[in-house]
Structure formats: C-alpha cells, structure tokens
Design a protein around this ligand. Structure first.
Ligand code: FMN
Length: 306
C-alpha cells in the first residue's frame, strides 16, 4: 500500500508532518551528518534575533526526571550572520525551511523580518517565538498577554506574505484566548507549545541548578500537558496547529494529529538521539501501514470523544 504522509497547513505543504523544534536542532547543518534532512517535513531554526546574543550564564541545561530544563537565553548569531553564514546551507535543502524569530520588543521582531526579506525566496515560513520578555512593557512575556499577541501578529502580518506561525506559551490559564488573538492578528498557523516553567534544586548546595533559577521544562513529561493544550486550542480556533511537546516516537505524533494538530515538531528527543527525527518519519510510515491508513491527513482531528 502506498502511504501518503503529506499534510497541508493552509498554503504550507509538507511532505510529512515531522518538523524539528526551534533551539533543539541548531541551524540544521549541525545535524546533516545524522539525518537526511530532506526526508523531514521541514526544519525550524534556532530563534534569530536582531543582534547576536551570547545567552544566559551557566548552568543552562539540566536533565531532570522525564525531561530537561533549559535557560539558554536565546543564544544565537544574530540576523546578519544568520543570512551570511547559515542561509547558504539552508538554501540547499529541499524540505521546508522555517525561520524562528524572537526579540525584546515589537521593533526587534520587525527589524529581523525586514532583514530576512532579502532572502525570503528561500524561506518557506516564519515562526514567531512569543515566549520572550517584552522589556519595553515591564518584562512581561509577550505571549502571555492576548493584546500583545494580537499587536505583534498584526505588525508582522503587514510585513510578509509568507505563512506566519505564531508559537504559543503554555504558561497561561487559557491558551485558547492567545490562539484567538493570533488568529485575529492574521496568523496563518499556530504552534503549541513552548516550554513550561520549571525549577531544579541542588539540595547539597541549597541552590537552584540553573543560573537563572527557573527555566523551560521540556521532554516526555510534558506530552500529556501539551496534548491538552493543543486540544484546547483546537476548540478555540480554526487555524492549523503544529503540536509540540515530548515527541519521541511515531505514536506520539499520531496522538497529536488525532487531537487536532496538522503537523508536529520534535525537540528534546534530538538531544537523546540526533537522528531521531528521521527515524520517526520511517516509523510513521510503518505505523500507517500497520493501521491500514493510506493518507495520514485523515487522522487529523479524528479523535472520538463520545
Ligand atoms: C535547549 C532548548 C532550547 C530551546 N530554544 C528555543 C528557541 O530558541 N526558540 C523557541 O521558540 N523554542 C525553543 N525551545 C522550545 C522547543 O522548541 C519546544 O517548544 C519545547 O522544547 C517543547 O518540545 P519538546 O518537549 O519536544 O522539547 C527550546 C527548547 C530546548 C530544550
């Protein structure tokens, strides 16, 4: 049986639903010796900012039970070096190339998109990381405030015709409200979720392990939480959703598709096995064959709850 793994997220068509998650896959080239990148639905870059960022002081990563905590602090080369040094490799890929952007105020995000316009023909979509403090508005995370989500989305929407993916934080009581704000602002796609806030303690030293005290919690432990957030979003908006959180196996992907995601991103799993994203694509094909599913898209939102 021929298995069709392709999915459409509005105008963004993927050969299969497996993307890599921002910040866990570098600028893709680092993984090219482990993964046939063209076998993936696409790659998402590390968050790119207006200026280079060294990131937070150590420790920036710690393994905890069933996951990891990170406080990388958006370390990246900055948009100019990204265009100069990273785009030449990305340009050679046939899979979808999604550039994730971040900043400290709306003007930062706008400035990054303005620069990326010069290489936009080689970019398939933008993903907007809203889990950053808005330094101009008292440091509150953009993505926690529906008003700011709306304003940011609308500002970026006016700058590009490329698919705009708004990546939502799960650290709110009503993620549906954020999804609606992004939809009203003109987003094409939502991705959910970014990391949950977490803390790990070194008991002997009576100190937090991470230099920033709290950090972002990711990995297998968050999968049920992320699935519930995607489910909530599915009830709130009509936009296609990319599900993210604790995906290690094809079966995890199928869970996200059933609750309403049209595609997924694989994050923390890349740290455990750098070739896992490609293995998941292979395994997805086998799972569909075993279940007698010829078109994976037929599973999207097919969860039966009654
Ligand atoms: C080390 C690390 C760095 C990350 N950096 C970014 C980033 O720069 N931008 C972003 O939008 N998300 C970032 N994330 C969040 C992931 O893209 C993803 O949303 C999250 O880890 C949940 O998926 P997972 O459980 O599969 O890892 C990072 C995650 C980790 C573990």
């Amino acid at each position: 049986m021929e298995i069709d793994l392709s999915v459409d997220l509005g105008s963004l068509n993927l050969a299969n639903p497996v993307l890599t998650a921002s910040g866990t896959f570098g600028y893709a080239q680092e993984f090219s010796e482990f993964v046939n990148l063209n076998r993936l639905g696409g790659v998402v870059t590390k968050s790119i900012t207006r200026y280079p960022r060294p990131g937070n002081p150590p420790h920036r990563i710690v393994e905890v039970s069933c996951g990891m905590l990170n406080s990388i602090g958006l370390a990246n080369v900055g948009v100019d070096a990204f265009i100069r040094e990273k785009m030449p490799f990305l340009r050679t890929l046939q899979c979808r190339k999604i550039v994730n952007i971040a900043g400290e105020c709306i003007e930062d995000y706008v400035a990054v998109l303005e620069k990326l316009a010069s290489v936009e023909e080689d970019i398939d979509a933008y993903e907007v990381n809203l889990s950053c403090p808005n330094v101009k508005e008292g440091g509150r995370t953009f993505g926690k405030d529906p008003e700011q989500v709306f304003k940011m989305t609308r500002a970026l929407r006016q700058m590009t015709g490329k698919p705009l993916i708004v990546k939502l934080t799960p650290n709110v009581s009503d993620i549906g409200e954020l999804g609606k704000a992004a939809e009203e602002g003109g987003a094409d796609i939502l991705s959910a979720v970014n990391t949950f806030v977490g803390l790990a303690v070194d008991v002997e030293r009576r100190r937090p392990i991470l230099g920033t005290v709290t950090g972002g919690f990711s990995g297998p432990a968050i999968k049920p939480l992320a699935l519930a957030k995607v489910w909530e979003l599915r009830q709130a908006v009509d936009l296609p959703i990319i599900g993210i959180g604790g995906i290690f196996r094809a079966n995890d992907v199928l869970e996200f598709l059933l609750v309403g995601a049209s595609a997924v991103q694989v994050g923390t799993a890349n740290f455990v096995d750098p070739s896992i994203s490609e293995k998941i694509v292979d395994e997805l094909e086998q799972s569909c064959r075993r279940m007698g599913i010829s078109r994976i898209r037929d599973l999207i939102g097919a969860l039966e709850t009654t």
